[in-house]
Design a protein around this ligand. Structure first.
Ligand code: UDP
Ligand code: MG
Length: 319
């Protein structure tokens, strides 16, 4: 009987405190699944603390651990891409290093995969340790992007998911530089299923995503998966033009009927400022897309690898 192959992919940026808590949990869970040949691939995303030393220590203790170190901090999305690129066989399961995605659920993910699902993703029922503002904005974000994008992006779903070998292969073909992973997973499609779970609070350390980063992340998501804002600019222009036309007509008629006793400074200013504002918004929107096109056109690699250490025990069979 060939055993199923599974690699747990964990991106870590300054997680020296959280990793020693995560790994024993992970190991305990993997030990309960003797019918799965498992690996744990940690990606050090250019950490500035002792993360790499901690990881190397874990690797000497556990032959299942593989390590990848990027040349600098490329961000979570690039780190995950690097990790998934290095999974050469079997399925991959993405997990946060801070213990917010409970490893204890892995057997459930694997069970669904065995039922034939290609994309098994965790959907948060509750987010502990996160303020109402973060929860509220996240809620709004998922609703907005759900309406704007033609790609199905399940709400309240993070990167906690298992990808079958074929959806992994499909994902690898998407080499865009602006990587909004949730959208990319949705774009791939195949059979997907959600597993509801309670998102725990961070085990140690602080979140790497402040509001500014989340805002940019949201912009990334919307511009990567929808051109609706460009369409919006068109409609905004059309509406403004229509209103301006009616207003101009009214001014002309008024002048013909009652004469023009040169007033109109306030209206003039209001119109100029309004039109200027609308034009700047439209230009800004075009600029957002143009900037992304520019970065895309450079065709730089998505990440650079500094060090790669495969697991000591090699997969016994290949799928
Ligand atoms: N992460 C990363 N590179 C970064 C930022 C974050 O690899 O530049 C990792 C981080 O170590 C963690 C995961 O991404 O494993 C989620 O980050 P975090 O917990 O800070 O985000 P939150 O859960 O608050 O959204
Ligand atoms: Mg977290």
């Amino acid at each position: 009987m060939t055993r199923d192959l599974l690699t747990i992919v964990v991106a870590a940026f300054n997680e020296a405190q959280a990793l020693p808590l995560l790994h024993p949990r992970l190991r305990a869970v993997l030990d309960t699944m003797p019918d799965v040949e498992s690996r744990v691939l940690y990606i050090d995303d250019g950490s500035r603390d002792a993360t790499w030393e901690v990881l190397q220590h874990l690797a000497t203790q556990d032959p299942r651990v593989a390590l990848l170190r990027l040349s600098r901090n490329f961000g979570k999305e690039a780190a995950l891409t690097a990790g998934l690129d290095h999974v050469d066989a079997g399925a991959a399961l993405i997990l946060d290093a801070d213990g917010q995605d409970p490893p204890e659920l892995i057997p459930q993910f694997v069970a669904r995969w065995r039922e034939g699902f290609d994309d098994v993703h965790g959907t948060r029922i509750e987010r502990e340790g996160e303020g109402w503002l973060k929860r509220g904005t996240a809620h709004v974000f998922y609703r907005v992007i759900g309406r704007l994008s033609h790609t199905p992006i399940p709400a309240d779903t993070g990167d906690f998911r298992l990808l079958s070998p074929r959806s992994l292969a499909a994902l690898r073909q998407l080499r865009e530089r602006h990587r909004f992973m949730k959208g990319l997973f949705g774009w791939v499609g195949f059979n997907s299923v959600a597993i509801p779970y309670h998102r725990e609070a961070r085990s140690a350390g602080a979140s790497k995503f402040n509001f500014w980063r989340l805002w940019n992340f949201a912009l990334e998501g919307i511009t990567s998966f929808s051109t609706a804002p460009l369409r919006l600019a068109t409609y905004l222009g059309l509406i403004t033009a229509a209103v301006a036309f009616v207003y101009a007509l009214w001014i002309v008629i008024k002048a013909m009927l009652w004469g023009d006793p040169v007033a109109g400074w306030p209206t003039m200013m209001a119109v100029i400022l309004f039109l200027g504002g609308v034009q700047l918004i439209a230009l800004g929107l075009i600029g957002e897309y143009l900037g992304r096109l520019y970065l895309e056109a450079k065709q730089r690699p998505l990440y650079l690898v500094d060090a790669w250490k495969p697991a000591a025990g090699v997969f016994s069979s290949r799928q």
